[in-house]
Structure formats: structure tokens, C-alpha cells
Design a binder for this molecule. Structure first.
Ligand code: GLV
Ligand code: MN
Ligand code: MN
Ligand code: MN
Length: 419
């Protein structure tokens, strides 16, 4: 029966946690890894299957589905006033190669669960609702991360994004055609009334404090760089140590410098070298060329500027010392984000209304919501994950935490969808 107070002041208003869990479990079968994780690289065949499953569920829930030129999917539930900009709930279905079952997926399926719950309640909102799946959030197959939402938000050019290639030279445009998700809707260029993203925290704070809800006030700045060090390939047995121009030695010194630089900008500085490719990569040749990636994060834009300078100066010194050529090319630079204070407050009140203790927190991870926040009022809801572990096949979350997050999402969405 419909609740007589279908809003966040009604303590009984909640989603169906068992249904949400069942959908998460069904989705996790696609691209399941031997160690219990998920591998659905962006626009792979597994990603296509996951998208197809989601689209089928949305149609069954009465939504109309559109796909834009970047493959972003929008499942729409009409409201009473459909000319009004929608309230949008979104996240991603793609994963890291050794990803977990919840990163991204939870935010998408929590959105679907909101829609299913409203259907159960036979409740029509004033504004239309949309659940979005953003293309290539992870950046694991195509760099940079948060690509589909970045184009939607006007942070990246569509043509530039479509031309990004994976390690085999396959472009985003080709992969969209291969998966059948090269849609015809224009990318972005339309207003959104409010945006919500629910996500696992991917860090240890909520679990350590025994809380189930984080009201996310913002996210830290993040920059990605490609680095190439070029020396001279030479014979391992005959080239004296003092004559070597070993690109991998330069890389080792740079990795060490990165760790020290992050600590010098502590406790919040983070620098990660996640990819190292050594050329020619054979035992008895001094490496002539190394490619590596830098992922740099800090909550303060000025600090991240200083970190970049330290890395650039350091790279110059390292190269001069060994006789290498070094290039450090920026790939993306996302400024620190502050989410919409009114929406963040709505999340806090939604948590209180449902009886959950919450705390404010800043996201250490990047999210599609960070791009959307540049042009629409945006907020995020975090729930704990076990041991704070994410970007790992062992990533885990308790069903009751996910139910709590989706319930807070439902209440905050209802609040925003009201005229
Ligand atoms: C992507 O998931 C990121 O936050 O790096
Ligand atoms: Mn994510
Ligand atoms: Mn991720
Ligand atoms: Mn992320």
C-alpha cells in the first residue's frame, strides 16, 4: 500500500535491500573473476552484457532508455512535469581488470532500486527521474577516467574522447560500434536539476567509525600524466656501468621520488605509478625506453600544483644525471570539487530521517559526480566497504550497508524531485 507520507520524514520509507542485493549478484556474474571480483573493462563484451542486463531491467521497470554518442545510457521514469530538468542518479558499470562487485555498480543499481521502489509505491514524482550509466569511468581500458561524464559535462571534447585508444589501438568510437552502444542522442547540452551518485567509500573511515552513511562534501583534485624516459639500449655484459643510459634506472629513481614527494605533501598527498612498460624488456639488454603512468591526488589545488612542479624538476634532474630524455605529458587535470551544500544537507537529513548516523567526508576517489558537479547541483552518498578495500577482487560490502545507502538515495531523490 502507498505510504501516506512518501518523503524523507517517514521512517518506514525504504528500498528493498534483498532485491538490490539480488540484482548486484546477477550483475556480478557477468565478467566474474576466479577470485570473486568483476572484470568488465569499458566497452568490452562483458561491459556490453552488463549494459544489456541493466537496460532490460529498466525497460521492465517501465523506463524509456536512450543512449548518447559516448555510449552513456539514460533510463527515464517520467514525472508529472516532463518539460522540467530531471533529477539524475548515475554511476558506472565498467570495472578495473581486477575490480570488485560494488565500485560503480552499486550506484547504478541503487538508482534502479529507487525506481523499482517508486513503482511499488505507485508514486509519481513532480520531476522526471533518470538513472545514468556513464561510459569508461575507470580509465583502465581508455585513459582518462570518467570519460563519458566528462564529455557530458563539457570538460572534454566529444571528438577527443572518441579518439582515445586502448593498448591494442582500438578507439572508443570503434568499441562503441562493436558493442552496439554508439547512440544517437547528443552528449550533454541539457540541464539537470540535481545529480546524485551513491558509491562505496573505497576507503576505511566509515567502517572504522561504525557509521553506514557518508555525506560527501567534495572530492580531491586528481591529475594523470604519461611519462616516457628514453636512454640507449645496449649490451648487458659489455656496457660498463658508468656508460649506461638506463631508462629503467631513471624510472626507479622517479618512482622513489614520487613516493617521497607524496609524503612531503602529507598526510593527504597521494602519488601512484600503476603502469610501467620496459622496452625492449629482455634480460640481457639495458632498457632503452620506459613508459610509466603517474596518478597524483590531493584535496588542495595549490598543493597539487606544487607536487607537479616537484615531479617535473625531479624528472629533469634524474634525466640529466643518467643522460636520458624525459617527457611528462598531462592527460587530465580535475580540480578539487565542492558538492552542492543544499543537496549535501538533504543527504544528511535523509540519513537522519531513516535513522542512520552519518558523517561528512571528502572523497579520495574520482567519480562521475565530480564532472557533473561542474555544471549541475550534485551530491554523493557513501557507504562502507569491508576493510576499506577497493580496486581489488576481494572488495566487499554488507547488504545492510547497501540498503541504507539506497534508502538515503531514495529519500534525497524524492526531496529533489519535488517542485
Ligand atoms: C577511478 O575509479 C578512480 O577513482 O581512480
Ligand atoms: Mn567508481
Ligand atoms: Mn573505480
Ligand atoms: Mn572512481
Amino acid at each position: 500500500a502507498p505510504l501516506d507520507r512518501p518523503d524523507r520524514t517517514n521512517p518506514d520509507l525504504r528500498v528493498d535491500g534483498a532485491r538490490l542485493w539480488a540484482s548486484l549478484t546477477d550483475m556480478a556474474r557477468i565478467g566474474a573473476t576466479a577470485r570473486g571480483g568483476s572484470c568488465r573493462l569499458a566497452l568490452s563484451d562483458e561491459d556490453r552484457q552488463g549494459r544489456d542486463l541493466f537496460v532490460g531491467w529498466c525497460r521492465a521497470a517501465g523506463c524509456s532508455v536512450t543512449v548518447d554518442g559516448l555510449g552513456n545510457i539514460f533510463a527515464r521514469r517520467p514525472g508529472r512535469e516532463n518539460h522540467r530538468p530531471p533529477v539524475l542518479i548515475g554511476s558506472h558499470l565498467d570495472t578495473q581488470p581486477t575490480g570488485g562487485r560494488f565500485d560503480g555498480v552499486f550506484g547504478v543499481l541503487a538508482g534502479l532500486e529507487v525506481i523499482r521502489t517508486l513503482n511499488d509505491l505507485d508514486l509519481t514524482t513532480d520531476r522526471p527521474l533518470e538513472v545514468a550509466v556513464w561510459t569508461n569511468e575507470e580509465g583502465a581500458r581508455f585513459a582518462p577516467s570518467m570519460l563519458g561524464s566528462g564529455v557530458f559535462a563539457g570538460v572534454h571534447e566529444a571528438d577527443w574522447a572518441l579518439a582515445r585508444t586502448d593498448a591494442d589501438g582500438v578507439s572508443v568510437a570503434e568499441a562503441l560500434r562493436q558493442t552496439g552502444y554508439a547512440g544517437d542522442a547528443p552528449v550533454g547540452g541539457r540541464p539537470l536539476h540535481a545529480v546524485f551518485e551513491a558509491h562505496i567509500e573505497q576507503g576505511p573511515i566509515l567502517e572504522a567509525e561504525g557509521l553506514v552513511i557518508g555525506a560527501v562534501t567534495g572530492a580531491q583534485a586528481q591529475r594523470w600524466y604519461d611519462v616516457t624516459l628514453t636512454g640507449v639500449e645496449s649490451h648487458a655484459g659489455t656496457t660498463p656501468m658508468e656508460r649506461r643510459r638506463d631508462a629503467l634506472l631513471g624510472a626507479a629513481r622517479l618512482i622513489d621520488l614520487a613516493e617521497r614527494t607524496a609524503r612531503a605533501h602529507g598526510p593527504d598527498g597521494r602519488i601512484t605509478v600503476g603502469v610501467v612498460a620496459v622496452h625492449p624488456g629482455t634480460r640481457n639488454v639495458v632498457p632503452g625506453r620506459v613508459f610509466l603512468t603517474l596518478d597524483v591526488r590531493h584535496p588542495d589545488d595549490a598543493e597539487i600544483d606544487a607536487i607537479e612542479r616537484a615531479l617535473r624538476d625531479g624528472l629533469k634532474g634524474i634525466c640529466a644525471g643518467i643522460g636520458l630524455k624525459g617527457a611528462m605529458t598531462p592527460l587530465s587535470a580535475d580540480a578539487a570539487v565542492t558538492f552542492d551544500p543544499a543537496l549535501v544537507d538533504s543527504v544528511r537529513r535523509a540519513a537522519a530521517g531513516a535513522g542512520y548516523r552519518a558523517r561528512d567526508m571528502v572523497s579520495g576517489a574520482g567519480h562521475d559526480a565530480c564532472h557533473l558537479a561542474t555544471f549541475a547541483p550534485t551530491a554523493m552518498i557513501f557507504v562502507p566497504c569491508v576493510d576499506g578495500l577497493s580496486h581489488n577482487e576481494a572488495e566487499d560490502a554488507r547488504p545492510e550497508w547497501l540498503e541504507a545507502g539506497a534508502t538515503v538515495l531514495l529519500r534525497a531523490v524524492l526531496d529533489a524531485a519535488r517542485l
